[in-house]
Design a protein around this ligand. Structure first.
Ligand code: ZN
Length: 467
């Protein structure tokens, strides 16, 4: 570990230019942490694969996966996790005084905007088999054009018990789809903000009708898409009952820029925060045995569509899981309710870096920079959960971890976005701060972030999880 892990900076403002003050050892760690993030992003094209990839890493770090129906019994030092809908996850480590020290929760979301395949998928037109899709969340639709795309998600299959269909995760990996733009010669307003029609303009192409993978003109017309899924799952097409499959760009995540200052990938929002929390929980579980409270990595699904699902931040699942931890430690409901004032939550979702081509879009006094460290997000509207007290806590955590810290507010005439913080803190009435690393092009299918920021965020959370 470098001395950056727990320094006490003599001049706190010096940390504001931390990229220049990083030791070579810390820079090497930042690089390694970023390389591992890029690998994770590639393993995680959707929330389901993200939770599966994280579960694998937790298993390797000796966290026990608990069945949702299990009667939990826990004690200090135990570490484990619970999965909901295969797309949300709550991982925990029990500190030394769990019933009197409260929770330290780091929250993120697992889903990202994309195009979602409709139940009747095949949509032929002009000799081309296209896939019918609807829009999941709020993607920058123009970024999905002219890129090789693939599909991932989950498929449900017939089973002996109608209440428990088989669930199989599927990542097709190959560049099976493409959504070509219309030539500029056919629409000369394309560079002037042409509207993209969701029902008509965004159906990606799978193949030619007469050159299709499994089209057999002698046989009955077949559902070519179901055939493709059955082929990849090694099952019969008639066994497939349903699916949730989303597009993703197949080009691998990468460093970019002259000095590898940047990273380019789909789903930085919000898998980069998921990964930072995962790394911090796993590392802290080895390096901070004296931690007092209950450390929790909470990753919920469906933030991009409002969080109001059984696996979303507005679900009682989250609160029930936390109460179960207290009961499993021998506490009662009073212990659970008394934990809230002693608890703290960091809700992490990405933030907007000031864009050099659009400097007027950022508030003049709040201009987060890429590789400038985590950003505290504030809003008078309370679309972020941060307040003076919770922001102060995060500033102190960052300072103790030797990490620079920035602040974001929207311009007064822009509404901006929201995140899980205000939703979860309504259900979990504990002090909560909204933070996130600064990126450009949020909700593009390739977002651009900084190559040092993932390391910075992980350092702060590791410190948080050691308390
Ligand atoms: Zn997000």
């Amino acid at each position: 570990m470098s001395d950056l892990h727990n320094p006490t900076p003599s001049n706190p403002s010096a940390t504001l230019s931390a990229s220049h003050s990083l030791s070579s050892e810390a820079k090497a760690q930042a690089r390694k942490s970023c390389e591992d993030l890029l690998a994770f992003l590639q393993q995680a094209p959707t929330a389901w694969q993200a939770v599966a990839a994280a579960s694998k890493r937790l298993d390797q770090a000796a966290f026990t996966q608990h069945d949702p129906g299990e009667h939990l019994r826990l004690q200090p030092g135990d570490k484990g996790y619970l999965v909901q809908n295969s797309s949300a996850l709550l991982a925990f480590r029990i500190g030394q005084n769990p019933l009197t020290s409260g929770f330290r929760i780091f929250g993120a979301h697992s889903d990202s905007p994309a195009l979602k395949v409709k139940p009747q998928a095949v949509a032929p037109s002009e000799g081309v088999i296209r896939l019918a899709v609807e829009v999941y969340g709020g993607p920058l639709l123009n970024t999905w054009f002219d890129r090789p795309l693939s599909l991932a998600g989950r498929v449900t299959l017939k089973s002996d018990n109608p209440l428990q269909p088989q669930e199989r995760l599927l990542d097709l990996k190959d560049p099976l789809l493409i959504l070509p733009n219309l030539a500029i010669h056919m629409e000369n307003k394309s560079n002037d903000g042409q509207k993209i029609e969701r029902q008509k303009d965004i159906l990606p192409f799978l193949c030619l009708e007469d050159g299709g993978l499994t089209v057999d003109k002698q046989a009955q017309p077949r559902d070519i898409f179901k055939d493709l899924l059955a082929d990849r799952l090694a099952c019969q097409p008639e066994d497939i009952l349903d699916y949730e499959l989303l597009t993703y760009p197949v080009e691998p995540p990468c460093f970019c820029g002259l000095n590898d200052d940047f990273i380019s990938s789909g789903r930085l929002d919000n898998l980069s925060m998921f990964k930072a929390g995962l790394d911090a929980l796993i590392t802290a579980s080895d390096q901070a045995p004296e931690a007092q409270g209950i450390q929790v990595l909470l990753v919920t699904d469906n933030e991009e569509v409002g969080s109001r699902t059984k696996q979303g931040a507005a679900s009682l699942w989250v609160r029930d899981c936390l109460e179960r931890l207290v009961l499993a430690l021998g506490g009662d409901r009073q212990d659970f309710l008394q934990a809230f004032p002693r608890s703290f939550m960091i809700s992490a979702d990405l933030a907007h870096a000031v864009h050099p081509n659009y400097p007027e879009k950022a508030d003049p006094g709040h201009r987060p920079k890429v590789n400038g460290g985590p950003v505290i997000k504030m809003a008078a509207s309370q679309s972020y959960a941060s307040d003076a007290k919770s922001a102060a806590v995060f500033r102190q955590l960052a300072q103790a971890a030797g990490v620079p810290c920035q602040t974001f507010i929207n311009r007064s005439d822009m509404r901006g976005g929201s995140t899980i913080g205000p939703i979860s803190s309504t259900l979990l009435p504990m002090s909560t701060v909204d933070v996130g690393n600064p990126i450009w092009g949020m909700h593009s299918c390739r977002e651009t972030g900084g190559s040092l920021d993932p390391y910075y965020m992980t350092q702060v959370i590791q410190h948080f999880f050691s308390l």
